[in-house]
Design a protein around this ligand. Structure first.
Ligand code: ADP
Ligand code: MG
Length: 728
């Protein structure tokens, strides 16, 4: 590969031992290549300079030119001081503020000298303020005379200030209009290693680099009109204009996404060739008996379609890896169960895994209820199944007498061995990546068919990356008779009227969930919050009975409390997010979420899915304090607006970005993405997928000389990528 890019950063002029250490520790930059791939987070149009007079607090990052009038220092604590520079360009005065590094600023930025200031303006004490701005000295040239005159004109109101500043700047920097800005850390800033320094280092580097070799095949760059790699690297740092900048970004994003897709598809194709799938050719007695005698309601069309898709996969001779997406309450469990029955009909065992003990136990109940009167042995295996019971289950799995195993992650432990495991269902699990799936395969001769179910619909482009080796089925229809949940937003100052509403519903025979945020189940303050809240609620509703569950309770205790609510003995269930997934109490019609601002969108949607399961109108009440951030307001609005899980997932992805999404890291398939963004670059993901697909179809064994360069590059990327370790 490009050996020059592996060169130690130390050899770059301008990088001494100090900077080398900072670059390495703070940014992970060790080589030329690392620096080249340290892309600017933004470019500022340098041809635009504002006057201080026209600045407002809601402007984004801007530039002004002027000089410092004086410094003021405020003591903030024993060792803390705030340094403020009063700064003017003749149109008005603004403040430059340093909470850290004020000493450095005072020493370096001289009073009276001209500086270009870059930063985000805010209003403080009714004056424009820049906190920790970047300053760059502006060389005063002969034009300075003109500048002064122009300034006076500006003050007279004869000429607009920007024009003045613009013309001044233009003479300073005619070659470069878009200037790159790089993220730096506090530590770097303190040592004077600023975005500016980085810019100079990158410039030095780019000037010394030979033309870099291409890493995409010509037929792709040509047909997709992509910029060459060499040009893209240079342009992304120092673009001549925004159009070329965009082209450079597209090229580099595409490359990242393309290799991720190629990697995923190569893996999937490998697995297919290596393993045969069990062939479940018959739909027999068990399935038919269930269908004709036990099924309590007709299947929805969507359920039927998905079952057909699964049946087809299971009979095909290739191992099924299928993702089943369906909104909360769409009836995924039943689809899973009927698929398990097909496995049993063909002489195999099946297993369903849930993320929590409560949910596993609930699945057990549901499945036993559905299979009543049938000769099917269902067993439970979780962390709390111990001793003799556990041994019985393990024995039953080994001698094949247990047909269906319901459990938690305990199921993938090595000690759990099956006689003939043919089918595995993973419920509600976004954390279940390729690596865990691979672990299942050790449990039988051939890998079992796998169905991963999720109620957090994943936008298609993300699914392609996260679960890129999976086929996707969608249940896009809810069982008939469900009324959409009505969602409202209430400020916490109006609790009394909320209580009245709750009382009303309970008097009508309904039940109510009240959820407290408990982001970290280990956080003591949150737990206290729940305990205190529980007492308040008990006093507010002396006429009703309340249950309480949270993640720190003993499983048995938890189960008992849940059971009291399920059976209708208690009317109110006070809980943390342990009830987020799976709990099914059709009589519950109200979901109150306290401090809703502390929950993410998909969490809110999951919680809401706990109600609206019966025939009655259900309600979801989101309670928040009066003051909300803009993001929170958006989240709440979306929730009140729609019940559509796909719309919510899409909005969520846009608000949070995929980095936060559970699974992107764990999936073990995506290389570190430096520039591409799966949430926003959906079209490019699609494009990369198509190109990778064509290549895999053309060369499934990854042997052809035509693609030798690609396979080599993929090997190199895998070697240098830690994520990959999870699967190989
Ligand atoms: P989820 O997809 O969220 O896992 P569940 O499988 O828990 O949904 O199903 C939600 C509820 O809908 C359950 O009570 C289930 O028995 C019921 N249900 C499933 N399929 C149908 C159907 N076709 N008609 C009516 N009710 C159904
Ligand atoms: Mg479910």
């Amino acid at each position: 590969m490009d050996s020059i890019l592996l060169q130690d950063i130390m050899y770059l002029p301008g990088v001494g031992p100090n900077r080398k250490k900072l670059l390495s520790n703070e940014l992970g930059i060790n080589t030329y290549g690392d620096l080249l791939e340290y892309y600017p987070y933004k470019h500022i149009d340098r041809s635009k300079v504002y006057t201080i007079r026209e600045l407002t607090g809601d402007m984004p990052y801007v530039q002004v030119i002027g000089h410092i009038l004086s410094y003021e220092t405020f003591q903030m604590g024993p060792r803390k001081e705030r340094v403020v520079a009063h700064f003017t360009d003749g149109t008005a005065i603004c403040d430059l503020t340093w909470f850290n590094g004020g000493k450095y600023a005072k020493q370096n930025y001289k009073i009276g000298q001209e500086y270009l200031v870059f930063g985000k303006p805010t209003v403080f004490n009714s004056r424009i303020n820049f906190t920790h701005p970047e300053l760059e000295s502006v060389e005063v040239r002969t034009e300075s005379v003109e500048f002064a005159t122009a300034h006076e004109q500006a003050l007279d109101g004869n000429a607009p200030g920007t024009a003045v500043a613009n013309s001044k700047l233009y003479t300073l920097n005619s070659k470069l209009s878009l200037r790159p800005y790089y993220n730096t850390t506090e530590k770097m800033k303190k040592s004077g290693l600023t975005s500016h320094t980085l810019e100079r280092l990158v410039k030095t580097l780019i000037d010394r680099l030979p033309t870099l070799p291409e890493t995409l095949p010509a037929f792709i760059t040509e047909s997709r009109h992509l910029m060459s790699r060499d040009e893209a690297f240079r342009t992304i740092h120092f673009p001549p204009n925004t159009k070329e900048l965009e082209r450079a970004r597209v090229r580099l994003k595409f490359e990242e996404l393309f290799y991720v897709q190629l990697n995923i598809l190569r893996y999937a194709s490998d697995q297919r060739r290596k393993y045969r799938g069990y062939v479940f050719s018959t739909v027999g007695n068990v399935f038919n008996t269930f269908y004709h005698n036990n099924l309590p309601f007709p299947l929805t069309e969507a359920q039927k379609r998905v079952i057909r898709e699964i049946r087809k996969d299971m009979g095909s001779g290739r191992q099924m890896n299928r993702l089943l997406q369906g909104d909360v309450g769409s009836g995924k469990t039943l689809v899973a169960l009927m698929s398990m029955l097909i496995a049993i009909d063909n002489g195999y065992q099946a297993c369903i895994m849930a993320p929590t003990e409560i949910l596993a136990e609930q699945h057990l109940q549901t499945i036993m209820q559905f299979l009543k009167g049938m000769d099917i042995r269902v067993a439970l295996l979780t962390g709390i199944v111990k001793g003799k019971t556990r041994q019985e289950v393990l024995d039953g799995l080994l001698d094949g007498t247990v047909h269906i195993l319901v459990g938690t992650h305990a199921v993938i432990e090595d000690t759990v061995q099956f006689a003939r495991l043919g089918f595995v269902v993973v419920d509600e699990q976004h954390r279940f990546g390729v690596a865990q799936r691979a672990k299942l395969w050790a449990k039988s001769l051939n890998p079992p068919h796998v169905l991963v179910m999720t109620a957090t619909p994943i936008p298609r482009t993300l699914a392609m990356t996260l679960y890129g080796d999976l086929d996707v089925s969608v249940i896009d229809e809810l069982p008939p008779g469900r009324k959409p949940v009505r969602t409202t937003h209430v400020f916490d100052s109006r609790m009394t009227s909320l209580y009245d509403g709750i009382r009303q519903q309970i008097r009508e025979g309904r039940q109510v969930y009240i959820v407290f945020p408990l982001i970290e189940e280990s956080e003591k303050s949150d737990l206290k919050n729940l305990e205190d809240g529980f007492e308040v609620l008990k006093q507010a509703f002396p006429e009703f009975r309340l249950s309480k569950v949270h993640g720190r309770m003993k499983p048995k205790e938890k189960e008992e409390e849940m059971q009291r609510f399920v059976s209708g003995e208690t009317q109110i269930l006070v809980a943390t997010t342990v009830i987020e997934v799976g709990v099914n109490v059709p009589n519950a019609s109200v979901m109150v979420i306290l401090d809703a601002q502390r929950f993410g969108l998909s969490q809110l949607h999951q919680l809401r899915g706990r109600v609206g399961r019966g025939a009655d109108q259900s309600f979801c009440i989101l309670v928040t304090p009066y003051k909300l951030s803009e993001d929170t307001r958006k989240r709440i609005d979306i929730m009140c607006d729609t019940n559509d899980g796909f719309r919510i997932a899409e909005a969520d992805l846009k608000l949070r970005g995929p980095g936060d999404l559970e699974g992107t890291q764990q999936s073990g398939m995506a290389f570190d993405l430096k520039i591409a963004d799966i949430a926003r670059d959906g079209q490019l993901v699609q494009m990369a997928r198509e190109e990778a697909q064509k290549i895999i179809e053309d060369d499934p064994e990854c042997q052809s000389a035509r693609y030798a360069m690609l396979w080599q590059r993929l090997r190199d990327l895998r070697k240098t990528n830690i994520n990959w370790a999870a699967i190989s």
